[in-house]
Design a protein around this ligand. Structure first.
Ligand code: MEV
Length: 327
């Protein structure tokens, strides 16, 4: 018997980084998924294996990389934390095999680590015979997220847990509001992998030093997110695009963009996108564009010609799902 959990990745449409400081953000779960399965092991150890070529076993306090060397230990650490959080919460000492299969490119801002943590928590609790509600899944996966993003807002595991198009701010706790609208987004992947935690820390230091204008920027970002929410109600795509452009400029000012992102943003705007911005932690990774149907092909071509990989993504409504299977 094994438990299988599937969870979606995400694109942040408005408000990354600012969301850490209680600014509302708008985020969409996407149709790129991770699958995590958990099955019992007789030998009492924890074994984690990822289709990226990483595997480790954990016995007592000893870690043994089986595949991928030290990189494996680093990559799989949040997964170990997610599984251990559940095991310890239920005071279980059972051995487990955890297998990860992902269609979300990793370390490029599309929420792969959040989705893996969420699916790991859901699969681990299910195979141990415990039902967690969505709020508990989110809270447990936050432990792993703290390891990856240092001081995360929690928005990545939140959207992987609940799915859909959401507006959320930290003070809402685990209560996101769903926006019942559909939208197709063009992602441009620069292919530059980077650590979101590093960029969250850079912004944190600027905030702590009260760098001039930073608190005013928080106000501007709140205003952008609130206007975007209104534009979603009216499905005013032109305004949604213009607000993405403004959001990108704010992200540049706080120092989280990258020349590769700015290049794709510029090229897609020239190709007729209604708006473009970086998405996620920045510093490389991915950008997004909003475009009308007749401009989508030109926008994808512009991404390719500027050295990026275009990926069309749609909303994934379901959030995390988990079930038991014999095979
Ligand atoms: C990362 O996807 C989003 C950030 O705002 C970090 C966070 O909110 O945890 C950059």
């Amino acid at each position: 018997m094994k438990a299988v959990a599937v969870a979606p990745g995400k694109v942040i449409l408005y408000g990354e980084h600012f969301v850490v400081y209680n600014v509302p953000a708008i985020v969409m779960a996407i149709d790129k998924l991770v699958k995590v399965s958990a099955s019992p092991r007789e030998d009492g150890s924890l074994r984690i294996c990822s289709d990226l070529g990483f595997a480790c076993t954990y016995e007592d306090s000893e870690v043994k990389p089986l595949m991928g060397g030290r990189k494996a230990t680093k990559f799989l650490e949040p997964v170990r934390i997610a599984a251990k959080t559940v095991l310890e919460h239920f005071e279980e000492k059972k051995g487990l095999s955890i297998d990860i299969c992902s269609t979300i490119p990793s370390s490029v801002g599309l929420g792969s680590s959040g989705a893996i943590s969420v699916a790991t928590v859901a699969a681990t609790s299910k195979i141990l015979g415990h039902e967690l509600d969505r709020e508990q899944i989110w809270r447990f996966s936050l432990q792993a997220e703290r390891h990856v993003h240092v001081n995360p807002s929690g928005i990545d595991p939140l959207v992987s847990t609940y799915g859909g198009l959401l507006v959320w701010r930290i003070q809402d706790d685990s209560k996101p509001k769903k926006i019942n609208r559909d939208i197709e987004i063009i992602v441009g992947n620069t292919g530059i992998q980077r650590s979101t935690g590093k960029f969250v820390s850079i912004v944190g230091r600027k905030k702590a030093k009260r760098v001039e204008g930073i608190s005013q920027l928080m106000g501007v970002m709140s205003w952008i997110s609130n206007l975007a929410l209104k534009a979603f109600r009216e499905m005013d795509l032109a305004t949604l695009g213009a607000l993405m452009n403004m959001n990108h400029e704010l992200l540049k000012v706080i120092g989280v963009s990258h020349e590769s992102l700015d290049r794709l943003v510029e090229a897609t705007r020239k190709a007729g996108a209604l708006g473009s911005k970086l998405t996620g932690g920045g510093g490389g990774g991915c950008m997004i564009s909003l475009a009308t149907s007749n401009k989508k092909a030109a926008v994808c071509k512009a991404i390719e010609e500027s050295g990026g990989q275009p990926i069309l993504v749609r909303k994934h409504n379901a959030g995390v799902r988990v079930w038991l299977t014999k095979s």
